[in-house]
Design a binder for this molecule. Structure first.
Ligand code: SF4
Ligand code: SF4
Length: 436
């Protein structure tokens, strides 16, 4: 007797069934009658594509057949943490507890130069590397940012630049510099003035909304496209759509929702997380309609689903990234920049910019390289195994002491995102094309 492949998940919506193969993302949309028929007399294609299998089907062999092989282990992202100083003190910020924060550390040109040389020794020039300027507020060390950009271009490195800023510092020199170097810019904003200013406050305890929006307006006037990063936390739960009119006002086509950062000040309950996921997907519906790309949660996975290419790593930190602190320590994840809370534990910052080994051969990079749901037995039977990417290893590490444990935030979210994607694709593409 035939049976449904155990790696197929069946979803139902308005009398349509979606048979979703969790290991290769192929999806079959059929009616109830058709579903009953395929078990009795499956056609050749259904058998070949293993939606339906015969009694001899070996699940382990099939899993191995679908297991994604990774060939490329090169470094593709480098965070230059230009300073620990920030002129904001957002309540959820995870940089607030950094050890270097209390020294007001600024990266020197000498450290930056060593960081560039370290990067140069470790990248594959055939692939483009993204240099991300991060902090603290990276524009507080604009001199060194300029140094890194000019020096890497002088060395003819194959790089592009990205800056993550709070949007508080802007002038004509910065605008010209961003334009000239085609820098990608991500500005943080969490909603309307009332919402944003509950969490994002400056060092004088004043709200930051007006300043951020005036910077966005300046960039807009100067023709600079940029993205918005909206961090979800207790202040904007239930109001995630508030950001949309602001995106529309300035014709911003790219944004990302950051999942909650918990730093001791902010604790989000289980119920709040469930409500957050619901609200997030409602906001995603509106964003999708308006043709705005929300990449952090949806777009990257929707693209993978459509192209049938597994999304196995949700972050470059899984073996492809370095982060350099202002004082020249080197680690794998900017979020694990050694801090007071974790200073006695492994911080994953084991060497500095003088390191002369091959970074990707280092045991930390080797370990993180393999952290995909396909190597985590807890995930093998999950519907999201090929779309989840494993979430954030930093979250797993800080909460449980082990990067190999599940990141619960992404886990709660992905269980809802998978059916959202399956039915969004059905509504937009399949329904009319196949006359459902
Ligand atoms: S592990 Fe988490 S914080 Fe670190 S780079 Fe990846 S997503 Fe970011
Ligand atoms: S982390 Fe959770 S959602 Fe992601 S693959 Fe594993 S079990 Fe599934």
């Amino acid at each position: 007797m035939y049976r449904i492949n155990p790696f197929i998940r069946i979803y139902e919506h308005e009398k349509v069934k979606a048979l979703f193969n969790t290991l290769n993302l192929k999806t079959l949309y059929i009616s109830q009658e058709m579903y009953e028929k395929i078990l009795r007399e499956p056609d050749k294609q259904l058998l070949e594509e293993k939606f339906v299998v015969n009694p001899n089907f070996n699940a382990l062999d099939y899993f191995n057949e679908c297991y994604p092989r990774q060939n490329d282990n090169s470094i593709s992202v480098a965070y230059f943490l230009l300073t620990s100083i920030c002129n904001f003190k957002c309540k959820y910020c995870f940089v607030e507890s950094r050890i270097e924060k209390h020294d007001n550390a600024l990266m020197s040109k000498e450290t930056a130069e060593k960081g560039i040389q370290l990067l140069k020794r470790n990248v594959n020039q055939d692939n483009q590397t993204t240099i991300i300027f991060y902090g603290g507020e990276p524009f507080l060390n604009f001199e060194v940012m300029k140094y890194v950009v000019n020096r890497t271009l002088q060395l003819k490195m194959n790089v592009k630049f990205n800056v993550v800023t709070n949007g508080s510092i802007i002038n004509q020199e910065i605008i010209d510099f961003i334009k000239e170097n085609r820098m990608e810019v991500g500005i943080s904003l969490d909603g309307t003035e009332k919402t944003n200013d509950q969490m994002r406050i400056d060092n004088n305890n004043k709200g930051t909304y007006k300043k951020i929006v005036s910077t966005i307006s300046e960039l807009h006037k100067n023709g600079i496209n940029h993205g918005i990063s909206c961090t979800i936390s207790t202040h904007n739960l239930g109001k995630l759509d508030e950001i949309i009119p602001i995106l529309e006002q300035f014709n911003i086509r790219g944004m990302g929702y950051n999942l909650p950062a918990e730093n001791g000040n902010i604790v989000i309950s289980e119920d709040e997380k469930q409500a957050m996921v619901k609200n997030l997907l409602e906001a995603e519906d509106i964003i999708f309609e308006k043709r705005i790309f929300e990449d952090r949660v949806i777009n990257r996975r929707l693209k993978s689903f459509v192209e049938k290419k597994k999304w196995i790593k949700d972050c470059a930190g899984y073996g492809h990234q370095i982060a350099i602190t202002p004082k020249g320590q080197v680690g794998i994840c900017h979020g694990l920049w050694p801090d007071e809370i974790n200073q006695k534990e492994n911080t994953y910052y084991e060497f500095d910019v003088n390191y002369d080994g091959k970074i990707t051969d280092h045991p930390i990079w080797q370990e993180w390289f393999n952290r995909t749901p396909f190597n985590m037995p807890q995930c093998w039977n999950c519907e999201a195994i090929s779309l989840c990417g494993g979430g954030c290893a930093k979250n797993s590490f800080l909460r449980t002491g082990n990067i190999w444990n599940i990141d619960e935030d992404i886990c709660i979210l992905m269980k809802k995102v998978v059916p959202w994607i399956i039915w969004k694709y059905f509504d937009v593409k399949v329904k009319s094309e196949f006359n459902f």
